[in-house]
Design a protein around this ligand. Structure first.
Ligand code: AP5
Ligand code: MG
Length: 213
């Protein structure tokens, strides 16, 4: 099974993608997580990506596509994957489509997690992410058992640099301009499924499972 999670920054793509990956035994591939891991390790890729991410912009397509195609070509992706945060532009979607077609393959579903902008701004300010394993929390909605500490691995929780309010607004603008057109793109391919991302996490997950079967 090959899936794409669409949705604004903070819509809950990562939250749902992790649960889907676990239940269906497929790999969760988040380009944002890959970039953040590289930033943390101080790699050249990380340093390049950080310039764009901290400003709330997109990392250039060429770089992002190369990273993504390398990742999904690895052995563990043979049984399928759920892409979270990719594609984010029409050119990215077109390259993915061409590569899959070459392999005689295709995307099964693109799941659009729908959340209005006002709700996004509230969510992002409260999000905390683990510096080590990338698990995410929300200080009110999904608090960790111990404040500031990751339930999964015991590392420190931080506010992402790009979750500062002024950067969130910029990310939303970029989303509407460059990423939202993908909803139409996948609708035309007949694989689009919409879910209401303002519901409770578990309710959304149940709805997605109903779609995936
Ligand atoms: P990325 O890491 O993909 O960030 P994003 O799309 O902005 O998405 P987020 O991770 O912020 O949100 P999410 O939808 O995963 O929400 P989450 O589940 O955490 O990308 C970061 C940057 O990297 C980009 O800005 C760009 O610069 C670069 N980049 C990445 N991919 C790229 C690409 N393909 N091309 C170019 N550049 C790229 O949930 C959010 C919060 O809400 C959490 O606190 C969570 O606990 C809470 N929450 C989740 N669900 C619910 C719910 N149902 N109710 C209440 N709270 C909820
Ligand atoms: Mg995410």
């Amino acid at each position: 099974m090959k899936l794409i999670m669409l949705g604004a920054p903070g819509a809950g793509k990562g939250t749902q993608a992790k649960k889907i990956a676990e239940k269906y035994g497929i790999v969760h591939v988040s380009t944002g997580d890959i970039f953040r891991a590289n930033i943390k390790n101080g790699t050249p890729l990380g340093m390049e990506a950080k310039k764009y991410m901290d400003a709330g912009g997109l990392v250039p397509d060429e770089l992002t596509v190369r990273i993504l195609l390398d990742r999904v070509a690895q052995d563990d992706c043979k049984n399928g994957y759920v892409l979270d945060g990719f594609p984010r532009t029409i050119p990215q979607a077109e390259v993915l489509d061409q590569e899959l077609t070459k392999l005689g393959d295709k995307i099964d579903y693109a799941i659009d997690v729908n959340v209005p902008d006002e709700a996004i701004v509230e969510r992002m300010g409260g999000r905390r992410a683990c510096v080590k394993c990338g698990a995410t929390y929300h200080i009110v909605n999904i608090p960790p058992k111990k404040e500031g500490i990751c339930d999964v691995c015991g590392s420190e929780l931080i506010l992402r640099d790009d979750d500062k309010p002024e950067t969130v607004q910029k990310r939303l603008d970029v989303y509407h301009e460059q990423t939202q057109p993908l909803v139409d793109f996948y609708q035309k391919k007949g694989v689009l499924k919409e879910v209401d991302g303002t519901k409770q996490m578990q309710e959304i997950f149940d709805e997605i499972c109903g779609i995936l079967g």
